[in-house]
Design a protein around this ligand. Structure first.
Ligand code: PHE
Length: 339
């Protein structure tokens, strides 16, 4: 029994010396001192000893127990000290290391100019309306005086989802949606995405942005259209901006026009920016067609209105001298960070 005790003692102290972490240490504590541990087992075996030997043996077991307990305690302190110094070394903070620069987000150029446009119209008393990009044929075409088989539909390269559902090719369906819900006076702009199945190149993208405008009230005339849009152009491009209106055709306005701005690069002489024209087209517009008003339950004998639609990308490209439309949608930071 004595030998067994010496064996346990030697083995326990050896194992403790090699022990590398607290888990191992706990396992050793259980193994030697626990209720089912080796020393307890030894004590239980003492019944077989003679009454004289028993207390001696008991004292010896207790001595070894004490030794192991002390060694455990010391090892625990040693392990904790080790851990502390390791953590201190790991967590050392070098305040001289240069900081990591967080890259700041920037406004997309399309958003910058759209926000300016919104501000200009809000300042003139317009409200902002929004509506669905997945649209009914009815709103995108039919209610805009473009029945099925109307030739103007072919020019719009429409993405159809079903026969009657499509991706809106223009923001003009918002005219109808607003007039159906709201009675005059109406004075809104409706900015948003529009879709046409164009091949992607420097000037075409299947997704682009328009800003629609609509004013309906009693006594709205062509001169209101011209005054409003000229004021808009001057606010956007500066007081010296010059505009002109050219007759045009849209099925949902009558009369219709396109507005050009005199090229701000060459002053009208003709250059690369305006492709030698001296003028740059920036929007389509016109007086709301009586049929469209009527279809929305607005009496064209009492009310009249004007509408316009501008293409955002073109305006932004000229503003920042961007020659490729694809740059807007590729999200290349080297491009975006320039703004
Ligand atoms: N929706 C027309 C287009 O996409 C523009 C427009 C809007 C014309 C409103 C007149 C009135 O070309």
């Amino acid at each position: 029994m004595k030998e067994k005790l010496q064996e346990i003692r030697a083995e326990a102290l050896d194992l403790l010396k090699e022990c590398k972490d607290k888990n191992e240490l706990d396992a050793l504590r259980v193994r030697y001192l626990g209720k089912k541990g080796e020393l307890t087992a030894l004590l239980r075996g003492m019944g077989a000893l003679s009454p004289e030997e028993r207390p001696k043996m008991g004292a010896m077991v207790n001595e070894v127990r004490g030794l192991i307990e002390k060694a455990l305690e010391e090892k625990l302190h040693a392990l904790e000290a080790e851990e502390l110094s390791r953590r201190l070394a790991e967590e050392q903070l070098d305040v001289t290391v240069p900081g990591v620069q967080n890259r700041l987000g920037k406004k997309h150029p399309l958003s910058t100019v759209l926000d300016e446009i919104k501000d200009i119209f809000l300042g003139m008393g317009f409200q902002i309306a929004t509506g669905p990009e997945v649209e009914l044929d009815h709103y995108n075409f039919e209610a805009l005086n473009m029945p099925k088989n109307h030739p103007a539909r072919d020019t719009q390269d429409t993405f159809y989802i079903t026969e009657n559902i499509l991706l809106r090719t223009q923001t003009s369906p918002m005219q109808v949606r607003v007039m159906e819900k709201q009675k005059p006076p109406i004075k809104i702009i409706a900015p948003g995405r529009v879709y046409r199945s164009d091949e992607v190149d420097a000037t075409h993208s299947p997704l682009f942005h328009q800003v629609e405008g609509l004013v309906v009230d009693k006594g709205i005339r062509m001169s209101d259209l011209k005054g409003t849009l000229e004021l808009f152009a001057k606010r956007l491009y500066g007081e010296e901006a010059v505009v002109r209106f050219r007759p045009h055709h849209f099925s949902f306005t009558e009369p219709s026009a396109e507005m050009d701005i005199r090229c701000f690069s060459c002053g009208g002489k003709g250059c690369r920016l305006c492709k030698g024209e001296g003028w740059i087209e920036i929007l389509g517009a016109g007086m709301v067609h009586p049929k469209v008003l009527e279809g929305c339950g607005i009496d064209p004998e009492v009310y009249s209105g004007f509408a316009f639609g501008l293409g955002l990308e073109r305006i932004v490209m000229r503003r920042f001298n961007i020659d490729d439309l694809r740059l807007f949608f590729e999200n290349d930071l080297r491009f975006l960070e320039q703004f």
